[in-house]
Write a protein that binds this ligand. Structure first.
Ligand SMILES: Cc1cc2nc3c(=O)[nH]c(=O)nc-3n(C[C@H](O)[C@H](O)[C@H](O)COP(=O)(O)OP(=O)(O)OC[C@H]3O[C@@H](n4cnc5c(N)ncnc54)[C@H](O)[C@@H]3O)c2cc1C
Length: 460
């Protein structure tokens, strides 16, 4: 995602991936509302939709089975169920089409930075030079460790085994047994994941050897312990083990080296937020890093990546901590779960929790102003059609209902849409390339101040 965002702004990008082949483990639930909006903003949604399955947006907070509340404020108010390897492939294809270079089988082993750039050393000794380096290298990030950035938090308390395999008993039999167990055990499932294939999740408790990948025999043993039967599972597609460690990088940037995605934050997978969060990091960072490289970034722009995104990750860590407690089988936790389930009958409570999971409730701190300032603008109707279709090039946009403002001086970075009919409850808004509202008003001076704040000095 970051590579594609940088390419939109004509920045040369090289992606170094240590694995020679893409991963096959299907980890994620899918793309939540905000990620779908980002895809729509870059014209990618059409490409992704045929590979996924639309599901209702609700019922993801601690897996509490409540439908989404009415009045969800988005044109994309659903979850798109889509396997992680498919998203990764589509994003990689997109980045390559945009001109990014991807080299597989290249592990970053070391780097040094100076005033002009970063010298990167690969495991095979090859040396490369770039102006910036972004560690998108996952939870065990080499880049983060080499930077010496702390990764404080809590180690894993519980671990789970997950995999895909076939079952040897009829589907109805599986469904009845699984439903009964899931009334009290939220850390267990066995559910269809494609033709003839089931996704299996079981606790790893008692499975001691963490270094070795889990075997089918281990899955059978855990299934028998929890369900009294191993459902005749066989023919595994892939098997994996994961924990619920929760950690946040102390810093997202040291000089010319930055961190994004799991390299910067890890948390339990409950709610299905990790990959979504990483995509959104990349969306926040891409245009800022491009501006820095092209030399028009205001002095503090690149640092707003950390000031905006680290609190978002902090909030996600917190909501996953809370959700994890709600999954406990302890009587106290179960009572709190029942209470929260009741409270979610209030639409406002339900919506508040849904906005956390779907990242639609984020409001960056851009200073005092109306509630919309710092929030994302939803995809409203404008005279040319959908607003998001006008953001495909990753530029700023002045949506001007007064029809008398101008972006002269910044027109190489910011588009101007004069449209008095736009379905917007404000005179005019300035949108950043990530779709967040950077200014609301109707006066040219105020607009110019904010154009300078976000897009640097005018070109003339
Ligand atoms: C069981 C499970 C379920 C999950 N469910 C969801 C979900 O439903 N929704 C959701 O949004 N998220 C979910 N997640 C989280 C999601 O999988 C991660 O947040 C996401 O993969 C993070 O993406 P990333 O690109 O930051 O890191 P990764 O996916 O870890 O990718 C990092 C890449 O860097 C490469 N790399 C590592 N070191 C080097 C090096 N030195 N040099 C070069 N390359 C290197 C790795 O090979 C890897 O390809 C789940 C996770 C788990 C474990």
């Amino acid at each position: 995602m970051l590579a594609a965002e940088l390419r939109l702004h004509d920045v040369r990008v090289l992606v170094l991936e240590k694995e020679t082949e893409p991963a096959s483990a299907v980890r994620i639930v899918g793309l939540h509302i905000r990620s779908l909006e980002l895809m729509a903003m870059r014209g990618l949604l059409e490409r992704i939709l045929p590979h996924g399955r639309k599901r209702p947006a609700g019922a993801y907070f601690a897996a509490i089975a409540k439908p989404a509340p009415p009045g969800l404020d988005s044109r994309y108010a659903y979850l798109l169920g889509i396997p992680q390897p498919v998203i990764e492939r589509l994003l990689e294809e997109h980045a390559v089409e945009q001109g990014a270079q991807v080299r597989r089988g290249c592990a970053v082993a070391g780097f040094e930075q100076d005033d002009e750039g970063v010298s990167v050393e690969l495991a095979d000794g090859e040396r490369l030079r770039s102006r910036y380096l972004v560690g998108c290298d996952g939870a065990r990030s080499t880049v983060r460790k080499l930077l010496g950035v702390g990764f404080p938090g809590e180690p894993a308390r519980t671990e789970s085994l997950m995999g895909e395999m076939e079952v040897g008993v009829p589907q109805e039999e599986v469904a009845v047994t699984v439903a009964a167990i899931r009334e009290t055990h939220q850390r267990f499932w066995l559910r269809p994941a494609g033709v003839g294939v089931y996704s299996v999740l079981v606790p790893a408790a008692g499975v001691s050897d963490r270094a070795e990948p889990p075997t089918l025999e281990v899955f059978k043993q855990q299934l028998r312990a929890i369900a009294g039967t191993d459902f005749g599972v066989h023919s595994p597609r892939w098997l994996s083990r994961f924990g619920d460690a929760t950690r946040l990088a102390d810093s997202y940037r040291v000089g010319r080296v930055l961190l994004a995605g799991d390299a910067a934050h890890i948390h339990p997978p409950i709610g299905g937020q990790g990959l979504n969060l990483g995509i959104q990091d990349a969306f926040n960072l891409g245009w800022k890093l491009a501006a820095q490289i092209h030399g028009w970034a205001p002095e503090t722009l690149l640092d707003t990546y950390q000031t905006e995104r680290r609190p978002v990750a902090e909030a996600v860590l917190d909501n996953t901590r809370a959700q994890t407690e709600l999954l406990s089988t302890e009587p106290g936790a179960q009572a709190v779960r029942r209470l929260l389930t009741e409270l979610m009958d209030f639409d406002e409570v339900n919506l508040h929790l849904l906005e956390k999971i779907t990242a639609t409730g984020i409001r960056y701190d851009f200073g005092a102003g109306p509630d919309l300032l710092g929030r994302r603008l939803r995809d409203i109707d404008v005279k040319q059609g959908n607003l998001y279709d006008l953001l495909h090039r990753g530029r700023g946009l002045l949506l001007d209902r007064t029809e008398r403002l101008t972006v002269d001086g910044w027109s190489d970075r910011v588009d101007h849409l004069a449209d008095s009919t736009a379905a917007l409850d404000a005179p005019s808004v300035l949108l950043r390339p990530d779709g967040h509202v950077a200014w609301i008003g109707d006066d040219q001076q105020g607009l110019d101040d904010h154009l300078s704040r976000w897009f640097g000095k005018p070109a003339h």
